[in-house]
Design a protein around this ligand. Structure first.
Ligand code: NAP
Length: 389
C-alpha cells in the first residue's frame, strides 16, 4: 500500500485507542501498540482481544500481521521499553498517536492522574521529537475548558478557567506541553478534543464504559435493588432527586463519528500553530431527553434533576445523599456545559461527508438500551460492570 506508514500508538486497549488502532490497521498501516500487561494476559493478548471486540470477531490474519505490541507504560522513562526498542521507534516510526490516559475524575487519584496524563505526555513527546519533525496526534478532551461557560474556541486553552476535577486539569497541562513542543518545532502536533464519547451510531455498541455510562450504571444498580423488593412489578417508583439541570445539555459524540473524523483530520496539513479540533456535537442533548429515555428503559418513575435551591428547601433524603456520594464525579456535568465552537473542524471537514449524528430520543434509546441489555446480562461474552468511571 503506497500510503502505508509505521505508526506508534498508545492506549490501544482503551475505548478510543482500540478503535483508532483498528482504523489505522484497516488502512494498511503497520501499527506498533504500547500496552500494559494484566495479571492474566500479556500486553499482546490484551490488545488482540480488544481489537476482536471492536471488529466483532477475530482479528483478520493480514491485519494481525501488521500489528506489533510492545509492553510498556507511558509514565516510565523510555516508556518502560528496552533501549533498543525505544531507539528503533525513535528512528523509524513516522507518526506517533497518543491516546493513553487515566480517565479517573477522583480527587484521591490526583497524583496518579497527573503522572499518567502529564508525565506520560512528556514521555511521548520525548519519543516523538528529536531526530527530525515528527507527526504527533494527541487525543485530548473538550473538557480542558473546565468550568467555563459560553463559547469555547478551538484555539483557546488556558484562559484562567478552573477545573471540575484533576482529569480536566491534567489534560489541559498536557495540551500546554504539546503546544509548546509544536511551537518550538520539536513536533508537528494535531490535537483532537472529543466531548463525551458514546457507542456506535448504528448499533449502539460500546466497548468501555466511563462517564455517562458509569452514571447510568449507578441508576441501574439502584433500580435493580428496588425491583428485587418488588418482584413482578413493571414500572417501579423511586423518589430520587439528582443534582443538575433539566435544561442543561450533555455533548455526546458516537465513537464511529470520532474515529472517522480523526482519520480525516489526521491528513490535514499542519502549519505554524498546532491545529486543535473540537470533536463535538453541534447539537448537544438536553438532560431531560436522555435521562427520560434511561428512566423509561429502566422502567422507573420518580427520578428527576433538581437545582441547588430545591435541596435548600428540602434537604436530601438518606438515599439521595448516598447516591450523590457515589456519583459526585458526574454531578458538575449535569449542571452546566459550555458551547464548543466548531469553526476549525467544520472548515477542515467542509465536504460534509463526515457529520456528527444528533443524539435524538431514538439514538439515546439505542445507546442506553444496548448498555442496559448488557448490564442485565442479555449480551453474552461481554462485561460491563467491571469498568470504572
Ligand atoms: N471516552 C471518552 O468519552 C473520552 C472523551 C474525551 C476524550 N477522551 C480521551 O481519549 C483518550 C482515550 O480515552 P479512552 O476512552 O480510550 O479511555 P480508556 O478506555 O480508559 O483507555 C485508556 C487507555 O490508556 C491506557 N493507559 C492508561 N495509563 C497508561 C500507562 N501508564 N501506560 C500505558 N497505557 C496506559 C489504558 O491502558 P490499560 O488498559 O492498561 O489501563 C487504556 O488503553 C484519552 O486521552 C481521553 O482523555 C475520552
Amino acid at each position: 500500500m503506497p500510503d502505508a506508514k509505521r505508526i506508534f500508538l498508545t492506549g490501544g486497549t482503551g475505548f478510543l485507542g482500540s478503535h483508532l488502532a483498528q482504523a489505522l490497521l484497516e488502512k494498511g498501516n503497520r501499527v506498533i501498540v504500547l500496552a500494559r500487561k494484566s495479571t492474566s494476559q500479556t500486553a499482546r493478548q490484551r490488545v488482540v482481544e480488544v481489537l476482536g471486540r471492536v471488529s466483532s470477531g477475530q482479528l483478520g490474519k493480514t491485519v494481525a500481521e501488521r500489528l506489533e505490541v510492545l509492553e510498556g507504560d507511558v509514565s516510565l522513562p523510555l516508556l518502560g521499553l528496552d533501549p533498543s526498542a525505544y531507539d528503533y521507534i525513535h528512528r523509524h516510526v513516522e507518526e506517533v498517536w497518543h491516546s493513553a490516559a487515566s480517565l479517573s475524575f477522583l480527587e484521591d487519584d490526583r497524583q496518579e492522574i497527573f503522572r499518567m496524563n502529564v508525565d506520560g505526555t512528556r514521555q511521548v513527546l520525548a519519543l516523538a521529537s528529536g531526530t527530525g519533525p515528527r507527526r504527533l496526534h494527541h487525543i485530548s478532551t473538550a473538557y480542558v475548558a473546565g468550568s467555563r461557560t459560553g463559547i469555547v474556541r478551538e484555539d483557546e486553552l488556558d484562559v484562567g478557567q478552573t477545573f471540575r476535577n484533576p482529569y480536566e486539569a491534567s489534560k489541559c497541562e498536557a495540551e500546554k506541553l504539546l503546544r509548546a513542543a509544536h511551537e518550538s518545532g520539536a513536533v508537528r502536533a494535531t490535537i483532537y478534543r472529543p466531548s463525551i464519547v458514546i457507542g456506535n451510531s448504528v448499533s449502539g455498541k460500546a466497548t468501555h464504559f466511563h462517564g455517562v455510562y458509569a452514571f447510568i450504571r449507578g441508576l441501574w444498580a439502584v433500580t435493580r435493588r428496588l425491583r428485587q423488593g418488588n418482584p413482578g412489578s413493571d414500572f417501579v417508583d423511586l423518589s430520587l432527586r439528582i443534582r443538575g439541570s433539566e435544561t442543561s445539555t450533555l455533548n455526546f459524540v458516537p465513537i464511529d463519528f470520532v474515529v472517522s473524523a480523526i482519520m480525516e483530520l489526521a491528513g490535514v496539513p499542519v502549519s505554524g500553530v498546532a491545529r486543535t479540533f473540537h470533536l463535538t456535537n453541534p447539537v448537544p442533548t438536553p438532560n431531560w431527553l436522555w435521562l427520560g429515555v434511561v428512566c423509561r428503559q429502566l422502567r422507573v418513575r420518580g427520578i428527576r434533576l433538581a437545582e441547588e435551591k430545591d435541596f435548600e428547601d428540602e434537604p436530601m433524603t438518606r438515599m439521595e445523599a448516598l447516591f450523590h456520594r457515589q456519583m459526585t464525579f458526574y454531578s458538575p456535568y449535569l449542571s452546566t456545559e459550555p458551547v464548543f465552537d466548531r469553526s476549525a473542524i467544520e472548515d477542515a471537514l467542509s465536504t460534509g461527508a463526515i457529520r456528527c449524528p444528533y443524539v435524538t430520543q431514538e439514538f439515546a434509546a439505542k445507546m442506553t438500551g444496548w448498555y442496559i441489555d448488557l448490564l442485565n446480562g442479555a449480551r453474552e461474552g461481554q462485561t460491563a460492570a467491571g469498568e470504572q468511571a
